[in-house]
Design a protein around this ligand. Sequence first.
Ligand SMILES: Nc1ncnc2c1ncn2[C@@H]1O[C@H](COP(=O)(O)OP(=O)(O)OP(=O)(O)O)[C@@H](O)[C@H]1O
Ligand SMILES: [Mg+2]
Length: 273
Amino acid sequence: MAEAQAINPIAGSVPTDAPGRPKKQRNLPIENTVRVRNLIKKYEMGSSVVEALRGANFEIQRGEYISIVGPSGSGKSTLFNMIGGLDKPTEGRVYIDEVDIAQLDAYELAWLRCRKIGYIFQSFNLIPVMTALENVSLPMIFAGLTADDSREKAIELLSLVGLGDRVQHKPLELSGGQQQRVAVARALANDPALVLADEPTGNLDTKTGLEIINLLKQLNEENGVTIITATHDHKMLDVSDRIFHMIDGKVDKIETREEADLHVGKLDGQEVG
Ligand SMILES: Nc1ncnc2c1ncn2[C@@H]1O[C@H](COP(=O)(O)OP(=O)(O)OP(=O)(O)O)[C@@H](O)[C@H]1O
Ligand SMILES: [Mg+2]
């Protein structure tokens, strides 16, 4: 969609909204898709303050597959909300394609959320009164596609995640694994350059979980989509380029997959898998 590219307000970004799939980005120079500086998030709860992020710092390059691991409450979902522009940090900066997202106006931020980032939430966040087809179509309608085009692409995406025969089902008429697959299809609706997946296999059986992992890996390898996932799933770690360990609101350690393989089955003494 040439029109959408023309209004792309994110400097230096690669248009991914051409018809069909995003272009392969393997030949592009290495660039930071996400850069986080001294990120602090405090939640005020009456008289007490929860420090969910205490100064996170890292860079993620375009086309990387990153897994974020860490104990419950270490700040993974909070970090995702900040990177995805869904919530504002108390202090610090998030740069997407080297643009400080705090500097974006409401329109630009909406564009970023709708066109550039695909979200897969820890709880699936599907709209209960809508069918699978309608749930997946919605982001495309927001992005300006016609009802027919969004319907056609939604069916294509639902078939891709193995739900071609469930398009008219509402979330409560689907299993947990199927709901998560609808959420994956919805996240891919606008050909995002970046997918944020918060425990995408957390509620799934092993087989369905593996299908989701393979789907994300396929997007990463074939379309150059940057994947950032919070996970405890060892199979997810196996396909990751790097693994970030979060503890107490900070990225404590970053390992490549090869380094992590040195202690297969354990991460910082915690059993995984
Ligand atoms: N909206 C909120 N208001 C107040 N405190 C919050 C809020 N969201 C998260 N927290 C607190 O911030 C901390 C980090 O939460 P977060 O959800 O980011 O953890 P997590 O690493 O994703 O955990 P899990 O693995 O259980 O999903 C926790 O102590 C949590 O209780
Ligand atoms: Mg979480």
